[in-house]
Design a protein around this ligand. Structure first.
Ligand code: DAK
Length: 257
């Protein structure tokens, strides 16, 4: 299947997926989700790739799920086909995913960005969950992940009104890790990706799993999971190398072992 709705490329150890439905502001239709999930799986399984960047265009990361595709579906349709059931596939990817967000990240677009591991945003980025204005509620994780990201009062206000949040507010609330000028967005995302890619990949995978455990486990279990994870890392040659390099005042050479 040739890709119609995304563009993929690799730069060194970084795999880049660019959403590519410019005429519809990257509205997320079924084909785009299928192609994006396949590309995520491909990069996740490629030993030459350490980090994935998910990007859109200068005008829109993604303006949400495709309203034209959804509008005539009935309750029977969405339940029988389990509409957009592979939406959450992105959360099964083991490698770090950086969302590089410029322009609109609305509805499902915002939800995808929140499902990534971190968000780097351009100065023109705008975020919203406007689903209530269409007669639905956020269905791609927004009611859960936005609350975790910004707390109940702010999430409730945004979800109940559907209003847009500019990038300054998003940075202040910790929704995005950093804000950069639009023309520097991909360079900055690449710089972060390359920094991660230069480290020991089993250690990075362990760190990602442990942070994600904070969202899924009660504190006591999360702390126990973290403890087990750090103990296991002492079995790696890269732990020996990292600490030896510090003591010997040299740069470590990690081998992902
Ligand atoms: N779907 C389909 N087409 C869209 C679109 C969308 N979400 N957003 C924009 N477009 C299309 C427009 O229809 C227009 O197409 P043409 O008329 O030229 O053919 C083209 O993109 C350019 O848009 P505009 O002419 O509207 O451009 P403006 O600059 O004037 O406005 C805008 C930009 C982003 C403010 C506006 O387009 C807009 O409000 N878009 C809709 C935003 C929105 O409501 N997003 C939420 C969609 S609902 C689920 C998981 C997730 C979801 C549901 C279920 N499951 C797991 C079950 C998610 C739901 C949603 O995201």
């Amino acid at each position: 299947m040739s890709e119609e709705t995304i563009i993929t490329e690799t730069r060194g150890k970084v795999g880049i997926i660019t959403l590519n439905r410019p005429k519809a502001l990257n509205a997320l239709n079924g084909r785009l989700i299928t192609e994006m999930n396949a590309a995520l799986d491909r990069f996740d399984g490629d030993p030459g790739i350490a980090v994935i960047i998910l990007a859109g265009s200068d005008k829109a990361f993604a303006a949400g799920a495709d309203i034209r595709e959804m509008k005539d579906k009935t309750f029977a349709d969405v339940t029988e086909e389990d509409f957009l059931r592979d939406w959450d596939h992105i959360t099964t990817i083991r490698k770090p995913i950086i969302a590089a967000v410029a322009g609109y990240a609305l509805g499902g677009g915002f939800e995808f960005a929140l499902a990534c591991d971190t968000i780097i945003a351009a100065g023109n980025a705008k975020f919203a969950l406007p689903e209530v204005t269409l007669g639905i509620i956020p269905g791609g994780g927004g009611t859960q992940r936005l609350v975790q990201a910004v707390g109940k009062a702010k999430a409730m206000e945004m979800i109940l009104t559907g209003r847009m949040m500019d990038v300054e507010e998003a940075e202040r609330l910790g929704v995005v890790a950093r804000v950069v000028p639009p023309e520097k967005l991909m360079d900055e995302a690449m710089a972060v990706a390359e920094k991660i890619a230069a480290l020991s990949q089993p250690v990075i995978a362990s760190a990602k799993r442990a942070v994600n455990a904070a969202f899924n486990l009660p504190l006591g279990e999360g702390l126990a999971f973290e403890r087990k994870s750090i103990h296991a890392l002492f079995a790696l040659a890269d732990q020996k190398e990292g600490m030896a390099a510090f003591v010997e005042k040299r740069k470590p050479v990690f081998r992902d072992r």
